[in-house]
Design a protein around this ligand. Structure first.
Ligand SMILES: *Cc1c(COP(=O)(O)O)cnc(C)c1O
Length: 419
């Protein structure tokens, strides 16, 4: 079957018309011009791994060098830098996490923040609660951090093996019990893009007397998050994905207000102490969420995400989520029309309520296909064993770009199949 007579009835020209009309009617389309675009990047389909820079960030970085770092020098610590982890944390909380002020800090990498919060939760658990429930498909760093803590603290890891519906509330309910200290899950699965039911799973964990920690790396800035409303205990997330903080931008950690004074984190440093510049003899934890800090805040790494947060706040998360759903729906339409006939399959749920902002396609040749696509300026990513991830950052991606990129996937696949 050729790509022009598929079951869905979409051929290339009707897809082009559809992309054009979707772009024309997209209320957020104009925001795309706020991002650095280059002719040699035809389709950027990896905004879920590393967001594009904003033009505004060029000015933010330059003026930081000249007017803040260069001008204020060490004085700037007293003029805002010391408060940046909580001030920026509050903004992330308000704009993307559904979290009231005083519960979010920006620091460390996701890996390190995850370690600190899992340790805090495990160490806080009453005697006899010595198990952590997690799933075998979570991002490697999440599983590796748990393995390390299990060895260090004598904690038992109770693994859920997700079925075709991902990590369900029923599966969590079957795994938790009197011995569960913590449930750690990702809200959006990094491979399939499947969304886990945060409200239902949080309730199940709480009913069993456990705390819950959500990794929101792939949902922050793409899916509306409701940490306070659903009484989430702990959360961590990345800022270089849909929050466009740039490579190595620091993570955020959320600790619900009600828990802060009861939790102690394991990397006791001066920045999380009650009075860092007292240069005290021994550690006394700061009040509030500051106690989850350890060392000097990464001020430079916090700059770019501020520009993106401005944009996300201006657009509003409901509109961002609506665009994300429209983009992933269109990507699935293009898959059905152009890629399914070439033997490609869809690994992401068709129901938009069950997915985040990326779509994963599978084919045994995708490792080679992605390598060739990158040389052509079409940039998805490859996740073993055979996944091609199409990450659609809502504010920087157009429908035409999705079509151009996925049509190129079809071309390369055909060329390689014929070679
Ligand atoms: C991207 C990602 C990470 C990355 O952690 P880093 O410490 O920033 O490297 C962790 N967990 C999940 C679920 C991710 O998607």
């Amino acid at each position: 079957m050729s790509s022009t007579d598929t079951v869905t009835g979409h051929d290339r020209s009707t897809l082009t018309e559809l992309a054009t009309s979707l772009d024309r009617d997209d209320p957020l389309a104009h925001h795309r011009d706020a991002f650095v675009q280059r002719d040699d990047v035809r389709a950027y389909l990896d905004g879920n791994s590393l967001g594009r820079p904003l033009h505004a960030t060029r000015d933010s970085l330059a003026s930081f060098v000249d007017d803040v770092w260069g001008a204020r020098l060490i004085r700037a610590w007293d003029e805002g830098w010391m408060d940046a982890p909580t001030e920026l944390g509050d903004r992330i909380g308000r704009v993307v996490l559904g979290a009231a002020a005083g519960q979010t800090v920006v620091a460390d990498s996701t890996t390190v923040m995850l370690y600190k919060l899992v340790r805090a939760a495990v160490d806080h658990a009453p005697a006899g609660r010595d198990e952590v429930v997690a799933d075998t498909e979570n991002f490697p760093t999440d599983r590796f951090v748990l393995e390390g803590i299990a060895a260090e603290r004598g904690v038992t890891l109770r693994w859920i093996t997700p079925g075709p519906d991902g990590v369900t509330a029923d599966a969590v309910e079957a795994a938790v019990g009197d011995r569960t200290a913590l449930v750690l899950l990702s809200q959006v699965d990094y491979r399939s893009g499947r969304l886990t039911d945060l409200p239902a799973v949080t309730r199940v964990a709480h009913d069993a007397g456990a705390l819950v920690l959500w990794d929101v790396c792939h949902s922050a800035g793409s899916v509306e998050i409701t940490l306070d409303a659903h009484e989430v205990d702990l959360a961590v997330g990345c800022t270089y994905k849909y929050l466009n903080g740039g490579p190595g931008a620091p993570a955020f950690g959320y600790v619900a207000k009600r828990l802060q004074s009861r939790l102690a984190q394991p990397v006791q440093g001066w920045m999380g102490s009650a009075d860092p510049f007292a240069m005290g003899e021994s550690y006394v934890a700061a009040d509030g969420v500051r106690r989850f800090l350890s060392g000097t805040p990464p001020i430079v790494g916090m700059l770019a995400m501020r520009d993106m947060l401005d944009l996300v706040e201006h657009a509003g998360m409901p509109a961002v989520r609506a665009k994300s759903i429209a983009l992933t729906t269109f990507a699935i339409d293009v898959h059905d029309a152009l890629l399914a006939p070439l033997g490609v399959s869809l690994a992401t749920p068709r129901d938009p309520a069950l997915r985040g902002s990326h779509v994963t396609l599978e084919h045994p040749d995708f490792r080679r296909v992605v390598a060739e696509l990158w040389t052509r300026g079409v940039i998805p990513d490859f996740r073993p064993p055979q996944g091609l991830r199409v990450g659609l950052s809502p504010l920087s991606t157009s429908f035409a770009e999705v079509l151009d990129g996925l049509a190129e996937v079809a071309s390369v696949l055909q060329e390689q199949q014929q070679a």
